[in-house]
Design a protein around this ligand. Sequence first.
Ligand code: 26Y
Length: 822
Amino acid sequence: STAAAPETPKLDKGELKAAIVRHLHCTLGTDENKANNHAWWKATCAAIQELVLEGLRKTQKSHYFNDTRAVHYFSAEFLMGRLLSNNMHNLNLFETANDALTELGISLTDVLEEEPDMALGNGGLGRLAACFIDSLATMEMPAIGYGIHYEHGLFRQEIKNGAQIERPDSWRDYGNPWEICRPESIQEVSLYGYVETKYGDNGRIQKEWHPGSIVKGVPWDIPVVGYGGKTVNVLRLWQSQSSGYFNWDVFNAGGYVDAQVENVQAETISKVLYPNDETEAGKELRLIQQYFFCACSLKDIIRRYKRAHGDDWSRFTDQVVIQLNDTHPAIAIPELMRILVDRAELDWDKAWQICTKTFAYTNHTLLPEALEKWPARMLEKILPRHLEIIYEINHRFMAEVEKKWPGDNAIKSKLSIIEESSEKMVRMGNLSVIGSFRVNGVAEIHSMLVKKNLFPEFDQLWPEKLTNVTNGITPRRWLKACNPALSALIDKKIGDQWPLNLSQLTELAVYADNKTFQKQFMKVKQDNKVALAQTIKELTGLTVNTDAIFDIQIKRLHEYKRQHLNLLHILALYRRLLENPSYDMHPRVFIFGAKAAPGYTLAKDIIFAINKVAEKINNDPRVNTKLQVVFLPNYRVSLAEKMIPAADVSEQISTAGKEASGTGNMKLALNGAVTVGTLDGANIEIAEEVGDDNIFIFGLTVDEVAELKRKGYSPDDYYYKNAEIKAILDWLETDYFTPGKPGALASVKHSLLSGGDPYLCLADFDSYSAAQEQVDAAYRDKTRWAKMAIMNTAMMGKFTSDRSIKDYVDRVWNLTACIVEN
Ligand code: 26Y
């Protein structure tokens, strides 16, 4: 590993104590007697931030003097979670801080709870970006994350009478101690207006965009501390602000009130994160958000490049690589072309050569509803010059297609950036493939499907372009910090270098059969379950049985992820227990965490159904010693950190071919949970690593799903042929779970019948139920289960995000580490 080893802490306990108290006095204006936990949190952050900023200065100096090539990770989402604990761990100051605060009479655990999550993302894609910037800094790679400084992150979820309510997330209301405003790097971004065609003296056609309005982008920098504390990179997030001379098309010298309207419009751009994932939100504001952060970021990159290289563009692609996290920042491609052609006056071919050596694109989904398309009319209104450039890119690309497939109009219309539907649409996926030098999927099977089903012709045209980089997770947050007891046990057995070289965990495998180690490992799990039970009690009032199997499904609520398949199985267990009170099963607690997109009705209905079924089962003394169901509200990074260490079973049950990778699957397995999963996404690679004995695979494969769909899938067949399925679905339509309100859960039933069930829940039900019986049997054999759990932790080395980053470095970015001197 190229990463640096953790150093002795830069401060001792006494110095840290003094720094915290100094900030309590001089930054917070309070004292030890008056300060509440929030003030202690802020003072502790400020003390840590001093060291962080020292590292930042040294890093920036090193990068500047070495004139390093850097990756620029463009992402509309960065799901960072909390930073204090992470920064302390990465600076090797966690223990010191714990001791320092203890001596001050303060609990570090309580102080950490004061920090609001930085929830500037929806789920997997946003959290992946956060893990990647952690690994980049740890591996001492010159890198910068670029995104949006949303005023409101993903909504806070409340559950009222079983239903999801969305409340605004106000993570910055009392200040963010980590961010630094950089007014010296403010950028301006144009919108709307029209394009003028001019004829230059050289006879050359010149295009000039006369914008209708201009907004300011204010950068906020969040330091990203690598493990070991040497490299400190930055995450630069743009906040929109009125430029003062905001001048909308129809603006006429209005007064003070009109000026306020402009301010509001400009500030709206970075106001909220769109709470959708996997379903396209065709909103004008979303396009403006995307363009806003891409344009600011490109200007920032070019300013930095010009400071070192002046107007000589010849070295640009040696210094700059831009990774597009899905198509959300794809508008950066025509924006760079505009800058090069209209502003720098390079000829098209030269500009295009630069562009296609600069961008690489990661695809995260095959679901058609998540592939972004923008109406050409909308682009024309907001970004008129960009639409022209896209047409020109497409025109030239179509000529290439004609060369490869002469006269084949079907292929042309499929590969065209422009979809000639009743309303002309711009396909951002096609634009991203055409404008990038590399395109990757996020797990082996997903990348294979990207090649075979999504972009087969692009793969024929450019056989080197499409590739795979399997996702990963940072073991610093997702084992060392979130599971201190397991980390300490691992340290004792194999030393403390595993956070930097996760493959070392295989050294645990020799202890998988060792009775003493099994006891120690399962004792840690048990303690973590007791701690989670306490959290469950606080959040829901429910007392759960900590001797039960903790069976956890945590992820966004979506039909393809099939939380409702889990629910059907819970209902099956409930029925079996009612019909046969001595039905033999080990007690199990099913635990869910999930947010639904606010406009996704069926997803919200499934949350409601889970909560109503939970209420009934938990209050039914006939079954509740064996079966309990918990829905934990407001699932987020900091709650995941409490749930994952306590999981016995990890539910990864998406329809084969639908989950691009999954990353929660990796976090749970790393913490010793055993997966019940389909052959989908990274589950396949997890199964390869842990071995068939240490995972429960069920369900149709990708090929079998395709075959069933081809033959014509009819869920009603299963309903009428399988008495248990019929009974369960009919049960949902009664008022059993919603007394006095029959039919309140009927939408879930009907979504699964008569031409419904698009994700084949009923087809996979029996196989799932059988897998769950195997889980039950395995858990009752304590030795067998302990071995399985240990083997999961031991074999997860592949899934460190350090390995993913190494793959990107080798196969996409071509970076070299820059060692930062201390
Ligand atoms: C177009 C817009 C509404 C949109 C916004 C967010 C579309 C998609 C998304 C987010 C997608 C996402 O989170 N995808 C997940 O990416 C993870 C990281 O690669 C994968 O592990 C996971 O399988 C995939 O669903």
